[in-house]
Ligand binder design. Structure first.
Ligand code: ATP
Ligand code: MG
Length: 142
């Protein structure tokens, strides 16, 4: 089996992203040299975002994501491996892929679905786009 030394878990707080995180944690534990990074992306730019309120939205979304990731930190504390968490800003899929590239990540772990509500879709847009654009293997947990 390939050994993934740098694992990136994409976390939006959804049930499947929690499941993906648990998976990533167990994989990381397999080797003491493996490192786990958890990222949560916030995107303040919606179709209705007027530039005058952009800063305000960006700040409140970032605060929410930091709270979300605070719970994750407790899980990560129980690991003896190197771990870190980041809140990144911008289009989630694009930013996750950019982060993975610039940090030379070996594997991205994420859920098949997230917080979005369209049940009929098998794959959410973030996992779809990461899968298409990533330059490393992607593990999609369902
Ligand atoms: P959509 O967003 O297209 O309505 P969805 O919310 O059901 O659909 P995705 O957003 O693609 O599905 O979520 C799939 C997985 O992608 C999640 O389980 C999570 O691992 C990751 N993910 C989604 N959004 C983010 C985000 N903002 N930051 C980090 N990871 C994310
Ligand atoms: Mg989503």
């Amino acid at each position: 089996m390939y050994l993934y030394k740098k694992i990136l878990a994409a976390y939006d707080g959804s049930e499947l992203s929690q499941k993906a995180l648990r998976h990533a944690v167990e994989m990381t534990k397999q080797n003491k040299e493996s490192e786990l990074i958890v990222v949560s992306a916030v995107n303040p730019t919606g179709p209705m975002t007027h530039p005058s309120i952009y800063e305000q939205i960006a700040q409140s979304l970032t605060e929410q994501a930091q709270e979300l990731i605070e719970d994750v930190k407790q899980t990560l504390d129980s690991l003896s491996n190197n771990t870190s968490t980041f809140v990144i800003m911008g289009n989630p899929a694009q930013k996750i892929v950019e982060f993975a590239d610039s940090n030379k990540v070996d594997l991205i772990v994420m859920g098949s679905r997230g917080l979005g509500g369209i049940r009929e879709l098998f794959l959410g847009s973030v996992s779809h786009n990461v899968l298409q654009q990533a330059h490393c293997p992607v593990l999609i947990i369902k």
